[in-house]
Every structure is written in structure tokens, then in C-alpha cells.
Design a protein around this ligand. Structure first.
Ligand SMILES: Cc1cc2nc3c(=O)[nH]c(=O)nc-3n(C[C@H](O)[C@H](O)[C@H](O)COP(=O)(O)OP(=O)(O)OC[C@H]3O[C@@H](n4cnc5c(N)ncnc54)[C@H](O)[C@@H]3O)c2cc1C
Length: 388
């Protein structure tokens, strides 16, 4: 077992770190407060090859794989969590279209997405279909040469600013899971409109909107794979997405921790630095340990995927653990700063608000536990594959 990053991974991490330090971190607070999505930042990430991480060079990606991608997302999240999240979603959708798309679809959508010329979004959730995604009801009815869509999708990351939407829709009313299909809808298609940016607790540099479909016609070529296979595609994509959200959470927590630790060395009370108090030393020792454990879980789940293991169990565990860890570390970072931590003139309160959403999206942490328990029940009595 080798825990050393290779030369390429170290170089890529350096590039991501430089970009996060110079281009993201100085703007993150302003973007958050002004609800600004930076298209320019996305364009630059395209130039840095961060937009086609799972797609081979043949389709204008880099195909660096899950572990390297996790390292990139971790670094980006140190600069701006919202940016890291939407780029991870973009990569998830680019890969979804690459995996299930035919040659024409790969040419048309995957290549510009992988180059970072177009931005992708993922649309599964609806008002009555959150954790129970198979309950979705956006209708997709077959017509001459294509389909007509009607319905409303909720909470789409990059809604309105993305160019290409992977949308899960109902093609068969008589079936639940098997009645769901995946289609691609391009921005500008007549009948597709967007709700306003939802004001949120955090993550405001990344718009979250409704998608509204009103007699929206899409041609047959926009169906991904076969009818009835959409839920499977959507959940497979989320399996990888969970590792990425875990990676973003590790980066966010590290940023908060580093800030709080540095503060604890500088802040004087009772005639000494507050880090001289054992109460705080034990706290930072625990936070650092949790951070390291989460990073290890995320990297291992990513590595397993790079070995073509499904890693459903490990991805769910990594997402659950890393996002709970980020909530804990960011909350305690506010505590370490005391009253200053609560003030908007210090960054840690923003980190804490950002962390909350990671426990909710790409499957809530309760749903991760459902997945973990389901996976464990397959090994009845400890019979586990060799990769463990
Ligand atoms: C900022 C943001 C961005 C998002 N981006 C996207 C996006 O890009 N695309 C997209 O499709 N969706 C997106 N979502 C939606 C997100 O994935 C859902 O909010 C999430 O899956 C939970 O669904 P819900 O909100 O309907 O909660 P519900 O499913 O109603 O859950 C409510 C509570 O019940 C619990 N619960 C539900 N079922 C169970 C169960 N079986 N066992 C135990 N507990 C359970 C949940 O864990 C939760 O605590 C986003 C959400 C947010 C907040």
C-alpha cells in the first residue's frame, strides 16, 4: 500500500492550490454576500483542465480519475466551497453523459463540457421527490420526433447559469423506479424557464433554482441511454458525487481548522496564548484527528473507484463521515474564535454555514446510513470482498 501522491498528482494539487489561493479565496466572501456566480472563475478552471476530470483525452477531458479529482476539489474548497461544489457537480454530469451517451451525444455535449466552454447541472429533486427520488413526477411524453416535458424540478445547483441540464423525468406512469428516464435539456430550449436564485443559509456563490418545464419539446436524440434506466444512471452518478462532496468538505474543514489554530496561537487571554490552555489543545487535537480520518476515507473511496470497484459502501461512509466532520470542525472553529468567530468580519462563520448543506445534498446523511446498512446486509456475517 502506497500513500504517497505521484508527481502528477502533486503538480495538479499545486495548480489547484495556487488557483484557490489567488483567484477564489480573495473573492469568496464577496461572491457569497452579493450572490455572485463567477463565470470567469469557471472559465479559468476549464483552462486548468479541472472540468473534464473523468473523461478521456479523446473527448477533451484529462481522465485523471477520482483520487486526483478529490485532491483538486479539496484544494478548491479551501478557497471557495461553493465553487468547488458546482465544479464537482459539473464533472459528475459530464461523466454521466460520457458514460451513457452515444457518440453523437459525446461529440455534442461531453467535449464542450470537458473543455469548460459549457457548464453542466444535475436535476433530480422535486417538491415531492427528495430522498425518495423515484417518486418524481415531471412528465416526459413521447411525441413525433421526441418528447414533451411538463413539471417543476427543485434546487438545481447552477440553475440558470448552466448551459446543459441532465434531467430525470417520468416516461412511464405505471412504474416507479423503472418509469424514470434521463434526458439532456439545453438552456434556451423553448418551454424551459428558471426560478429565481433561492436565498440560502450559505453557498450563495452558486445559484440554486427551480427548473420549470411547460410543453418543452426535446428531440429524441436528447434521451440518454434507454428509457426507464434514468434512476439507475442518476444514482450511479451520485455515488461518485458523494466522494467529491466528501473531498470538498475536507477542504472546507481544513481551511476553518487552519484559521482557528493560527488564531488560537495569536489570541492572548489570562496573559498567554489561548492555545496554551489544555482545554483548547485537546479540542484541536480531536479536530485534527477527525480531519485526517475523513481525508483517509475520502481518498480510499476515490482510489477504490479508480480500481473500478463500485465502492458504494465506502462512498456513502466517506460522505457521511467527512460532511459530519466538516460541520463539527467548522462549528468548533467558530468556538475557538469566541465572539469574533460569530462576526462576519471573520471567515469562520461562513465556513460553518457552508458546511451544513453538505450533510443534506447528494443524499442526506440519513440516506447515507440507509445505503451503508443496505450494503452491509449483503455481506451477512462478515463475508467481504478482497478489496477491504
Ligand atoms: C443548496 C442545495 C443544492 C442542491 N442541489 C441539487 C442539485 O443540483 N440537483 C438536485 O437534483 N438536487 C439538489 N438539491 C436537493 C437535495 O439533494 C435534496 O434536498 C436532498 O436530497 C434531500 O431531499 P429533501 O430536501 O426533499 O428532504 P426530504 O427527503 O424531505 O428529507 C427530510 C428529512 O427526512 C429524512 N429522511 C427522508 N427519508 C428518510 C429515510 N428513509 N430514513 C431516514 N431519514 C429520512 C432526511 O434525511 C431529512 O433529514 C440541493 C439541495 C440544496 C439544499
Amino acid at each position: 500500500m502506497n500513500f504517497k501522491l505521484n508527481d502528477e498528482q502533486r503538480l495538479i494539487r499545486r495548480a489547484a492550490r495556487d488557483f484557490a489561493t489567488k483567484e477564489l479565496a480573495p473573492n469568496a466572501r464577496e461572491w457569497e454576500e452579493t450572490h455572485t456566480f463567477s463565470r470567469n472563475a469557471f472559465k479559468k478552471m476549464g483552462q486548468l483542465d479541472f472540468t473534464g476530470l473523468y473523461v478521456p483525452e479523446e473527448y477533451d477531458g484529462t481522465g485523471v480519475g477520482r483520487l486526483t479529482a478529490a485532491i483538486i476539489f479539496e484544494e478548491l474548497a479551501k478557497g471557495c466551497f461553493a465553487t468547488a461544489v458546482y465544479v464537482s457537480v459539473h464533472n459528475m454530469v459530464t461523466n454521466l453523459i460520457y458514460q451513457y451517451g452515444n457518440e453523437a451525444q459525446r461529440e455534442r455535449w461531453v467535449k464542450p463540457l470537458a473543455r469548460g466552454e459549457k457548464l453542466a447541472a444535475y436535476s433530480l429533486t422535486e417538491g415531492e421527490a427528495g430522498s425518495d427520488a423515484a417518486a418524481l413526477s415531471t412528465r416526459c411524453v413521447k411525441t413525433d420526433g421526441g418528447y414533451v416535458l411538463n413539471g417543476t424540478k427543485l434546487y438545481v445547483t447552477s440553475g440558470g447559469v448552466a448551459d446543459i441540464y441532465a434531467v430525470m423525468v417520468r416516461t412511464d406512469e405505471t412504474q416507479k423506479q423503472k418509469g424514470v428516464s434521463a434526458v439532456v435539456v439545453e438552456k434556451g430550449t423553448p418551454g424551459l424557464s428558471f426560478g429565481p436564485h433561492e436565498p440560502k443559509m450559505g453557498l450563495n456563490a452558486s445559484p440554486t433554482t427551480e427548473l420549470n418545464f411547460s410543453d418543452c419539446f426535446i428531440p429524441q436524440e436528447n434521451l440518454l441511454g434507454e428509457e426507464g434506466k434514468g434512476l439507475n444512471m442518476a444514482l450511479t452518478a451520485l455515488n461518485g458525487g458523494r466522494v467529491s462532496i466528501g473531498a470538498c468538505s475536507v477542504g472546507l474543514a481544513q481551511q476553518a481548522f487552519d484559521y482557528a489554530l493560527s488564531y488560537a496561537h495569536k489570541r492572548q487571554q489570562f496573559g498567554r496564548s489561548i492555545i496554551a490552555f489544555q482545554g483548547l489543545q485537546f479540542l484541536v487535537a480531536d479536530l485534527a484527528t477527525e480531519l485526517e480520518a475523513a481525508r483517509g476515507m475520502v481518498y480510499r473511496a476515490a482510489w477504490l473507484m479508480d480500481q473500478n470497484e463500485p465502492a458504494v459502501l465506502e462512498a456513502a461512509m466517506a460522505k457521511r463521515f467527512a460532511t459530519d466532520m466538516a460541520m463539527h470542525v467548522t462549528t468548533e472553529s467558530v468556538q475557538i474564535l469566541g465572539g469574533y468567530g460569530y462576526m462576519r468580519s471573520y471567515p469562520v462563520e461562513m465556513y460553518m454555514r457552508s458546511a451544513k448543506v453538505a450533510q443534506i445534498f447528494e443524499g442526506t446523511n440519513q440516506i447515507q446510513r440507509v445505503v451503508i446498512a443496505r450494503e452491509l446486509s449483503k455481506y451477512k456475517g462478515g463475508k467481504r470482498p478482497d478489496s477491504y
